[in-house]
Design a protein around this ligand. Structure first.
Ligand SMILES: Cc1cc2nc3c(=O)[nH]c(=O)nc-3n(C[C@H](O)[C@H](O)[C@H](O)COP(=O)(O)O)c2cc1C
Length: 107
């Protein structure tokens, strides 16, 4: 399938068959997600694959009662590790201050 066709045909799926995923599928999905670019290459996303029914049920409730979250055989929770971001915020702030000073010098 061509890239444009894949983009045009993409849809959200909210109904899942109650069957386990083939071996290696979760790993493949997480591998694809983790090579995505990130700001400053900080790679703050961490992925947790959840298959335990009670945990999926809790996630479903936390997502406002979305049934499909409990129904999926595996739910991948994307977490953000905020630690590197805190440093980046400080850097971004410093950069902004320098940039603003630069602008002031120009005017
Ligand atoms: C940031 C974001 C959050 C979303 N959250 C949910 C969600 O919690 N539950 C859900 O069923 N769909 C969610 N969606 C999917 C959108 O509802 C869906 O993309 C939109 O209705 C368009 O439908 P389509 O994806 O089939 O084109 C989310 C989409 C985005 C971009």
């Amino acid at each position: 399938m061509e890239l444009n066709e894949a983009i045009a045909k993409r849809r959200s799926v909210r109904n899942f068959k109650n069957q386990p995923l083939p071996d290696g599928t979760v790993e493949k999905l997480i591998d694809a997600a983790r090579i995505a670019p990130s700001a400053g290459n900080l790679q703050v996303c961490e992925y947790v694959a959840v298959s335990k029914p009670e945990t999926k049920q809790a996630l479903s409730a936390a997502a406002g009662g979305q049934i499909q979250v409990a129904q999926a055989s595996v739910v991948i929770v994307v977490c953000v590790n905020q630690k590197p971001l805190k440093n980046m915020e400080a850097e971004a702030l410093t950069f902004t201050v320098f940039w603003m000073r630069g602008q002031q010098l120009k005017t």
